[in-house]
Design a binder for this molecule. Structure first.
Ligand code: UD1
Ligand code: CA
Length: 454
């Protein structure tokens, strides 16, 4: 194939979404609908990718600025043929144009590849439906050759009985498309320039017209309302869960899993109910994730257990760690092997070396923690002075007593012990006991107050 141009139609208003946001920016599995289409399209490194947008001002081009795509405004919107016309000046000649839709997010690469198989033909993506209402119908002659597409509003009763429908997705040689679009008329029931009218033109000119079908009906389902968006979200989540099960992942309930991005799992991985995975998440062999955990852009190495209700964001976790329940690992947390992070412990921008433990109620921020360190319950690294952040360094084999504040910048030397309840503002020497707290006293003859009579 000499070149592949992709045109994505995304000018529709999406009135039934009842939202001020352009329809194609509503999210499915954590990404805008249009982003799904662009992510699929760019896999083919096409000659030109062109998005035709309409409503919402510059919101669509701005939201998709990271893509190497052109954006053309279609105003007013006079139909799908008119929409593709707006993109024509930007397309390379030679090769094919593939027309996709910003509100049809889940068309799979294998299906699109079928569309490119005939570089000299017009290829339509069609579907057989038992309830074809609302769609354009594929009209074939007595030998089964495609003759035209007729829109439902223009169809005869006989044509409405046809169950093969137009999904809208098609590929067409660019050179031919230019010719045909120039000849479009809008003398039809809706007064629109129909892209679908190019089918009859191809037939009249003796250009081959083929139809291919998607592997799954959901690949061509569009989103016009929040109802359809929610339905497609469930279909896609079900599909992703199914793929994970096929790979050998154990899911306590495939209906109670949400993957909003890419989840890569090793062998013997187990995931309990209600978990959400966002961005790119890697789970190594034998990893177990407890119920209602949320894991985003993180990697978790072999044998690690995540107990329920843990939140993990941009963290790197080593092998055989024990995390949670109710642990929170924030961006920049790097845990080496066999680290334990227990309930209500928050870690941020900190590296914790092997076999160290913070099991209860602590905040570890902007810190470097050595190996075999024990951080007692209620330990806080006071990393922020109200203006700047400072680092805490805790060397190997340190024991931090419970309810200790480490006021950064501060360093606790190798093998040091910090007495419980200390507020440490100066560096603590290696291998010594350091404590910083008022001495315990007992007040002689002290009396509890008694309630006064009125
Ligand atoms: C279109 C097809 C129909 C097909 C159906 C599948 C035509 C004439 N008809 O009909 O055969 O069965 O899709 O859903 O093509 N759009 C623009 N600019 C416009 C008009 C539409 O960008 O001026 C975009 C819309 O945002 C939408 C898509 O094109 O994403 C389809 O438009 P819509 O008006 O829904 O077409 P249908 O009438 O459903
Ligand atoms: Ca439609």
């Amino acid at each position: 194939m000499s070149s592949l141009n992709i045109v994505i139609l995304a000018a529709g208003k999406g009135k039934r979404m009842h939202s001020d946001k352009p329809k194609v920016l509503h999210t499915l599995a954590g990404r805008p609908l249009l982003q799904h289409v662009l992510d699929t399209a760019i896999q083919y490194a096409p000659g030109k990718t062109c998005v035709v947008y309409g409503h919402g001002g510059e919101a669509v081009p701005q939201a998709m600025a990271q893509y190497d795509a052109s954006f053309v405004l279609q105003e007013p919107q006079l139909g799908t043929g008119h929409a593709v016309q707006q993109a024509l000046p930007l397309l390379d000649d030679g090769g094919l144009v593939l027309v996709l839709y910003g509100d049809v997010p889940l068309t799979q690469p294998a299906t699109l590849e079928k569309m490119f198989a005939q570089p000299d033909a017009l290829t339509l993506l069609t579907l057989h439906l038992s309830h074809p209402a609302g769609y354009g119908r594929i009209v074939r002659d007595s030998s089964g050759n495609i003759k035209s597409i007729v829109e439902e509003k223009d169809a005869t009763a006989e044509q409405r009985a046809i169950r093969e429908v137009n999904t809208g997705i098609l590929s067409v040689p660019t050179r031919l498309l230019r010719n045909w679009l120039a000849k479009l008329q809008n003398n039809n029931a809706q007064g629109e320039y129909y892209l679908t009218d190019i089918v009859a033109m191809a037939v009249a000119q003796g250009v081959a017209v083929h139809a291919v079908q998607p592997a799954h009906a959901w690949e061509v389902m569009g989103v016009n309302s929040k109802v359809q968006l929610a339905e497609l979200e469930r279909i896609w989540q079900h599909e992703q869960a199914h793929q994970l099960l096929l790979q050998g992942v154990t899911l306590a309930d495939p209906a109670r899993l949400d993957v909003r991005g890419k989840l890569v799992c090793g062998r013997e991985v187990e995931i309990d109910v209600g978990c959400i995975f966002e961005g790119e998440v890697h789970l190594g062999n034998d990893v177990q994730v407890g119920a209602y955990s949320i894991i985003k852009n993180s990697s978790i190495a072999a044998g690690t257990r995540i107990a329920p209700y843990s939140h993990i964001d941009q963290a790197e976790i080593g092998e055989n760690c024990r995390i949670g329940p109710y642990a929170r690992l924030r961006p920049g947390s790097k845990l080496h092997d066999e680290v334990h992070i227990g309930n209500f412990v928050e870690v941020k921008n900190s590296e914790i070396a092997a076999q160290s433990k913070a099991n209860h109620l602590s905040y570890i921020g902007d810190s470097s923690v050595g190996s075999r360190v024990n951080i007692g319950a209620g330990t806080i690294t006071c990393n922020y002075d109200g203006a700047n952040k400072h680092r805490t360094i805790i060397e190997d084999d340190v024991f931090i007593g419970s309810n200790t504040q480490l006021v950064a910048p501060v360093k606790i030397g190798r093998g040091a012990t910090i007495g419980a309840g200390s507020t440490i503002t100066l560096d603590a020497p290696e291998n010594e006991l350091t404590l910083a707290r008022a001495k315990q006293i007992t007040v002689p003859d002290w009396q509890r107050p008694t309630k006064e009579k009125k």
